[in-house]
Design a protein around this ligand. Structure first.
Ligand code: SF4
Length: 178
């Protein structure tokens, strides 16, 4: 029996669109299931990131202290780390708040736009970082897959290449935005 590659997906500050594109691989997911074990993901019920993951796909930018702690842990336990989508690659939509002071942003969300219970959250909601940052600014990234979201065909190509032990050459296959 061949050993399956351990694959994880992580959701930081993103809209889940990149995970939707991952699922858009449709029936090709069945083919991948013969070769990979999805060991951690919003799509499965494992709450603890494993110690030894072969490939991790990261959706979203690093926006909060929780995001920062999570991506550092993920990096420490992943052989090939992939920034999946423009938010992970450049900061994209979440980084739009970098034009404003963090206090102003939280006031806007929890006071000015709140009809009820105007208060800053002190539990559960993680503290925002001063700046939203793309993943490669805080940890080493091995593969960047641009796109908002990257097309399912491109994700499939990239995963298939990595399962063969190659870093994918995505030249001409995807672009920022879409
Ligand atoms: S890159 Fe686009 S689709 Fe992916 S999380 Fe960001 S906004 Fe959503």
């Amino acid at each position: 029996m061949t050993t399956k590659a351990k694959v994880a997906t992580v959701w930081l500050d993103g809209c889940s669109g990149c995970h939707m594109s991952f699922l858009d691989m449709d029936e090709r997911l069945v083919g991948l299931a013969d070769k990979i074990e999805l060991v951690y993901s919003p799509l499965v019920d494992n709450k603890v990131f494993p110690d030894d993951v072969d490939v991790t796909l990261v959706e979203g930018a690093v926006s909060s202290e929780d995001d920062l702690a999570k991506i550092r842990k993920v990096r420490a336990h992943t052989k090939v780390l992939v920034s999946l989508g423009d938010c992970a690659v450049t900061g994209n939509v979440p980084a739009m708040r970098n034009h404003f002071d963090t206090i102003d942003v939280t006031n806007r969300a929890y006071f000015e736009n709140a009809a009820l219970q105007q208060q800053l959250p002190c539990e559960v909601v993680p503290k925002l970082l001063d700046r939203v940052r793309p993943v490669h600014e805080v940890v080493k990234v091995d593969v960047h897959i641009p796109g908002c979201p990257p097309p399912a065909d491109v994700i499939h190509f990239a995963v298939a290449e990595m399962l063969e032990g190659r870093l994918p050459d995505l030249t001409g296959k995807t672009r920022f935005g879409m």
